[in-house]
Write a protein that binds this ligand. Structure first.
Ligand code: NDP
Length: 284
């Protein structure tokens, strides 16, 4: 079998084009475009690339987009005062503080300072709690993007065995909650999981979100499974690979998402969706 390749780039482009139509309708009605501010602290090169891509995508969709770059030695109080100002700015619908932050700043304190109504990353405790109790306002962008990919493929989630490998607050845990809400039976694995393969081989839907290059191999995948690779890993030779051995797994799975060109572009598209929805709530 050779698996279907799940084209995240194409799906993201179609979502972005729909968002740009909604953004122009919003601008006509409100006399201003939807607004997103991205705050970056320090000079982490990986963050710089992500942030640039997010800002470019916003501009292409007709959003007002602002990048605030603070120095590495910025204090927590300085960052919190920037967040306060953005919370109060009526032209800003979404605030994203790029993580991780330098050691002198408590990531969680900053996330909790962002107004829950502008927390387009969906990391604020109110939004995390709402996702858990069944009334999500902002779904975290990466797992939301994965759900859109599964929906687009017509994947049947009700009653399916879904296994998520990786249990972080930003990817694995919200991913598990979204799959559960869709009616899947979910197993959430972490670094202490015994016999990982015994879990992954049961999965109709397998999501890898670990950060270990190509750790999911063909023997760990059930024939006919849908495999979504969230991982982004840079190898010593400069190549970018995911957490899945895509070529090997493609011999067994029904569908597999590539890296690059899978979940990455979807994450950015869903950031635009969340910002658009935040802006549109003001119309209601
Ligand atoms: P974290 O490092 O925060 O979390 C990794 C998770 O994987 C933890 O829950 C950890 O377990 C678990 N884990 C580690 N080793 C194993 C193992 N051997 N078996 C099973 N589970 C294991 O990573 P993130 O969630 O932030 O990111 C995961 C990957 O996704 C990274 O490659 C990251 O770059 C990528 N990413 C991609 C995005 C995109 O847009 N495509 C967006 C965000 C992240 P434990 O809890 O026990 O420590």
């Amino acid at each position: 079998m050779s698996a279907q390749k799940i084209d995240g780039t194409a799906l993201a482009a179609s979502i972005r084009s729909e968002i740009s139509t909604r953004a122009s309708r919003f601008s006509d009605r409100m006399g201003r475009p939807p607004g997103l501010t991205v705050v970056v602290v320090g000079n982490n090169p990986a963050s710089a690339v992500y942030v640039r891509n997010k800002v470019k995508a916003c501009e292409a969709a007709g959003f007002h987009s602002e990048l605030i770059a603070l120095p590495q030695e910025c204090s927590e109080a300085e960052l919190l005062s920037v967040v306060d100002r953005l919370n109060a700015d009526p032209a800003i619908d979404g605030i994203l503080v790029q993580l991780p932050l330098p050691d002198q700043i408590d990531d969680q304190r900053v996330i909790e300072a962002i107004s829950a109504e502008k927390d387009v990353d969906g990391f604020h405790i109110e939004n995390a709690g709402a996702l858990m109790t069944g009334a999500p306002v902002f779904r975290p962008c990466t797992p939301y993007g994965v759900m859109k990919m599964l929906e687009h493929m017509g994947a049947s989630l009700r009653g399916a065995e879904a296994v998520v490998v990786g249990a972080s607050n930003i990817v694995g845990k919200p991913m598990a909650m979204l799959l559960l809400r869709a009616g899947a039976t979910v197993t959430l694995c972490n670094s202490k999981t015994r016999d990982l393969g015994a879990h992954t081989r049961r999965a109709d839907i397998l999501i890898a979100a670990v950060g270990r290059p190509q750790m999911i191999t063909a023997e760990m995948v059930k024939p006919g499974a849908i495999v979504i690779d969230v991982g982004i890993n840079r190898l010593a030779d400069g190549r970018l690979v995911g957490d899945v051995d895509t070529d090997g797994v493609a011999q067994v799975a029904a569908a597999v998402s590539p890296v690059p060109g899978g979940v990455g572009p979807m994450t950015i598209a869903m950031l635009l969706v969340n910002t658009m929805e935040s802006a549109e709530r003001k119309l209601r």
